[in-house]
Design a protein around this ligand. Structure first.
Ligand code: DQA
Length: 147
């Protein structure tokens, strides 16, 4: 099992950025916990954060031949804007879970719509950094589908 965790724009600033919405954990500590969790289950996990739509799209394309069988993605602000990122996920047909630290439905109206949710296996929001761990626990519980 190989899981790819993608973090969208501004998530490199976790820990510093609006902690009332996003908590005090840094991205490095979140990723470290996820790696441990994956390793304990005998799975491989790679995490990538990017502030560039291009880089996220290219990384999604690369899953076609790098053995990735599941994606966990927090598209951050691209959630509400990016048809291109949505299309990339639709193109590679890898199952994915959408995660948001904050409860986007309790915030501004522009955060209520996601270009990803209808394609996602499931969506977790509002549970802070724990949301990634719950998403990964779910992914690790799923049978591996070979393409
Ligand atoms: C976010 C919510 C988005 O609306 C916002 O643009 C983010 C982070 C979250 O994790 O709560 O950057 O995806």
């Amino acid at each position: 099992r190989k899981v790819l965790v993608l973090h969208g724009p501004n998530l490199n600033l976790l820990g510093v950025r609006e902690p009332q919405h996003y908590g005090a954990d840094t991205l490095a500590s979140i990723n470290a916990r996820l790696s441990e969790q994956a390793q304990a289950a005998g799975a491989t996990l790679e995490a990538l954060q990017s502030n560039r739509e291009f880089e996220l799209i290219e990384r999604i394309h690369a899953t076609l031949d790098d053995g990735t069988d599941y994606i966990i993605i927090n598209p951050a602000a691209y959630t509400h804007t990016s048809v291109a990122l949505r299309d990339a996920l639709a193109a590679v047909k890898k199952p994915f879970v959408e995660v948001h630290l904050s409860n986007v439905h309790a915030r501004e109206a522009f955060r209520h719509h996601s270009f990803f949710s209808d394609l996602a296996v499931g969506v977790i929001c509002g549970l802070g950094a724990r949301g990634y761990e719950y998403a990964l626990a779910f992914v690790l519980s799923q049978p591996v589908k070979t393409p």
